[in-house]
Design a protein around this ligand. Structure first.
Ligand code: TYM
Length: 376
């Protein structure tokens, strides 16, 4: 691959690389920017804004305004999000899940969470079905460790729960042509036919609440914007099936520790996994790309650039809740008052503290996974 190819922006559900231009994605995907006005409307219901909204990490939507219109008229919604279990969870995956939990608490909604062990088996050449099923179970522990409650959170493990999904998947699949699927997902002659059918399965949880409860309400999907192609095709057919179009609220990608792109399991040295021990976290962060200068003396003199620094972004997304302290770090960085080594050491400490606690909670979750299954 040439350097030019590497820098070119590619955002699909299976690959994100290059410098991500979020304004361009809004235009090309045909979504709406999350305006200050809409954010204020959300705050009317949630009280204090969640940091991810306040910091504009969620930046785009489809029909969030419609969801609020309906909610204000007394029609509730359900939340839907998910995970493709191809390996251990990394901290980027937690970004939309943490926000989902906030929405669930504030709007008192049910959450359907899809664990797509089938998708990852079809898409990843080297993975066996038993691997993805096992990762699905392990990844569910990470979700539960964030504090979701079994009374209103339903984890769908696709392979085990296919009996609940298959009839709706068929209704969806019958209404999406190969030419639409090809144009939306870039399928080729060499794509296996399981993968070509598969998007019908990711559509199902948008509608499953109606099937399970008889209550036809819209779904709101918090996720990073890479998943949007699924919703484009699902929205096109929803009303033909008698359902609301699913709405979305999209977040930016937590960057990897290298230059450009998102944190991605396919680049393990620039990703921080939940299972990474403290020395591995330390090594990865120590090697991170920052906005620093070649020498400490130069940086003290001319300052650094936090806007391109991955370490600063981790504080922004997840590891500095205090706005004043974040601003101060930014200011000091620009002025050369703080060097990259200090930020890296602070971040390493915070991430390791978080991961140590998280891992304790995920072990406890092993006892309660079954409570999150949909009862027959
Ligand atoms: P997956 O496993 O690729 O990603 C799981 C969720 O994490 C988001 N994400 C990120 N968010 C912030 N920063 C990053 N670096 C980052 N990387 C990934 C993804 O957008 C996603 O929300 N096919 C899906 C599984 C799925 C799903 C869904 C996801 C099924 N139904 C409904 C979202 C909503 C997948 O493979 O996700």
């Amino acid at each position: 691959m040439t350097d030019e190819d590497k820098n070119e922006m590619v955002v699909t559900p299976w690959e994100v690389r290059g410098k991500v231009d979020y304004k361009r994605l809004i235009r090309e995907f045909g979504t709406q920017p999350l305006t200050d006005e809409l954010i204020k409307r959300i705050a009317k219901h949630t009280g204090k804004l969640h940091l991810q909204l306040q910091r504009k990490l969620f930046f785009s939507h489809r029909d969030m305004d419609v969801i609020l219109d309906l909610y204000e008229k007394g029609i509730k919604f359900v939340l839907y999000t998910g995970r493709g279990p191809s390996g251990p969870v990394h901290i980027g995956h937690l970004v939309p899940w943490i926000f989902t939990k906030h929405l669930q608490e504030k709007f008192k909604t049910k959450l359907y969470f899809q664990m797509t062990d089938d998708e990852k088996f079809l898409v990843e050449d080297e993975l066996k079905l038993k691997d993805t099923i096992n990762f699905g179970y392990e990844n569910a522990l990470d979700l539960i460790a964030l504090g979701f409650k079994p009374e209103d959170t339903f984890i769908i493990f696709d392979v085990q729960d296919i009996d609940l999904l298959y009839d709706i998947a068929l209704e969806v699949a019958k209404r999406i042509t190969f030419s639409t699927a090809k144009a939306t997902f870039g399928f080729q002659e060499s794509t296996n036919i399981g993968w070509i059918f598969w998007p019908a399965i990711q559509a199902v949880p948008c509608f499953i609440h109606a099937k399970l409860t008889g209550e036809n309400v819209p779904a709101l999907i918090p996720a990073a914007i890479d998943q949007d192609p699924y919703w484009r095709v699902t929205r096109d057919i929803a009303q033909k099936l008698g359902y609301y179009k699913p709405a979305q609220i999209h977040c930016r990608f937590l960057p990897g520790l290298g230059i450009g792109g998102k944190m991605s399991a396919s680049e393990p040295e620039t990703s921080i996994f939940i299972i990474d021990p403290p020395n591995v976290v330390k090594r990865k962060i120590w090697n991170a790309f920052t906005g620093g200068k070649a020498t400490a003396a130069e940086q003290r003199k001319t300052g650094a650039d936090p806007s391109i620094c991955t370490v600063f972004h981790y504080f922004l997304y997840l590891f500095e809740e205090d706005d004043k302290k974040l601003k101060e770090r930014e200011k000091q960085c620009k002025a050369g008052g703080i060097l990259c080594g200090e930020c890296k050491a602070d971040l390493t400490e915070r991430i390791n503290k978080f991961l140590t606690e998280h891992r304790k909670k995920r072990e406890k979750a092993r006892n309660i996974v079954e409570k999150f299954r949909i009862k027959r």
